[in-house]
Design a protein around this ligand. Structure first.
Ligand SMILES: NC(=O)c1ccc[n+]([C@@H]2O[C@H](COP(=O)([O-])OP(=O)(O)OC[C@H]3O[C@@H](n4cnc5c(N)ncnc54)[C@H](O)[C@@H]3O)[C@@H](O)[C@H]2O)c1
Length: 310
């Protein structure tokens, strides 16, 4: 089998950056980018690109055979805020795309899978700093799909020996691609509007503290987990770098743009944010595969403002 990698949902916020990083690491022709829509970023077209619906098992099977794919990163999903509006569509996409890749691995058509979970698996009864294991009772459509996904990954790993690896990503902050309808999208818009308008109206309240992470750390964690010999298969790991609120971000931006003004008008996403913990414990990831973040809020703000100014 050729050691090629396929990314499903490659045009999204994480997929775009993952493709770039993997192509740098493995070579352009070794990484096949794919999505249900054509790429907006020219970079994705610098290597193989395929239009694929991740819920279509036979389309996936064909592409995997054609390119002799070894590893699949499944990034296609419907995110938290959009999923509350379209529950059945979210369930269909989030679960069927996962079953497709798990079954392809069970049938030995691929060797290795990355599937992202989320801090959205936690619910209102989870302690404010969420442990790796404990009360995990989500009350959002997206969170329910992620928790079910975690159980299925564990089941396929234990029952069929499938090598599937997973991280519960916090809210991710990045500038290359627009975010895809999550509850933490404010953390990207706030930087853009600070530069464009000098002001921002947050749809989360000032003190809504959530686990967040700069994209470079999230990509590092993903690749580190995928290359680890010691990480537990089928386990969705908590990882952390910062626990911050819109008010913390406002303050951090004001250090660079003193006239920046932020106002607060919570909408339906506030309820989703309120159901999530404000921080997570990530000792398992630290011990089992040596996880360490590089970006705090100050460094993230510098990177975001510099990149967006350019
Ligand atoms: N971005 C975050 O802050 C965050 C946090 C936690 C977990 N995650 C998880 O990480 C993964 C990627 O998130 P993202 O932020 O890049 O999402 P995104 O919404 O930015 O990208 C998802 C991509 O999937 C594509 N897609 C939709 N339906 C498809 C289908 N049927 N077949 C193929 N592609 C399809 C979309 O066109 C889009 O390009 C998701 O599983 C998400 O739940 C993201």
């Amino acid at each position: 089998m050729e050691d090629r990698t396929l990314i499903l949902g490659a045009c999204g916020q994480i997929g775009t950056e993952l493709v770039t990083r993997l192509r740098k690491q493995l070579g352009k022709d070794k990484v096949v980018a794919s999505d249900i829509r054509p790429p907006e970023d020219d970079k994705l077209g610098e290597g193989p690109f395929e239009i694929i619906d991740a819920t279509n098992y036979f389309a996936l099977e064909d592409v995997i055979a054609h390119y002799e794919i070894h590893t699949v990163y499944l990034m296609a999903a419907m995110l938290s805020a959009t999923a509350e509006k379209f529950p059945m569509k979210a369930w269909h996409l989030n679960m069927n795309s996962l079953f497709n890749v798990l079954n392809l691995a069970k049938e030995k058509k691929i060797e290795k899978i990355f599937w992202p979970s989320s801090i959205a698996v936690f619910g209102p009864d989870t302690p404010d700093t969420a442990p790796q294991q404990g009360i995990i009772e989500p009350n959002t459509v997206y969170g329910i799909s992620k928790l079910a996904g975690e159980h299925w990954c564990n089941y396929y790993s234990e029952k069929f020996g499938v090598d599937v690896r997973s991280i519960r990503y916090p809210g991710l902050i990045s500038w290359k691609t627009a975010p895809g309808g999550g509850t933490t999208d404010y953390a990207i818009a706030i930087y853009k509007e600070a530069l464009e308008k000098g002001s921002y109206q947050s749809y989360l309240s000032a003190n809504s503290t959530l686990p967040m992470m700069y994209m470079d750390d999230a990509i590092d964690a993903t690749l580190q987990l995928m290359n680890s010999d010691t990480a537990v298969r089928g386990k969705a790991y908590n990882i952390r770098s910062m626990s911050i609120s819109p008010a913390d971000m406002e303050q951090s931006i004001k250090e660079q743009i003193p006239d920046f003004k932020c106002t607060y008008k919570p909408d339906f996403r506030q309820k989703i944010a309120d159901s999530w913990p404000s921080d997570v414990e990530d000792q398992d990831a630290q011990i089992e595969w040596n996880w360490k973040p590089k970006f705090d809020l100050q460094k993230t703000t510098q990177e975001m403002l510099n990149a967006l100014r350019d």
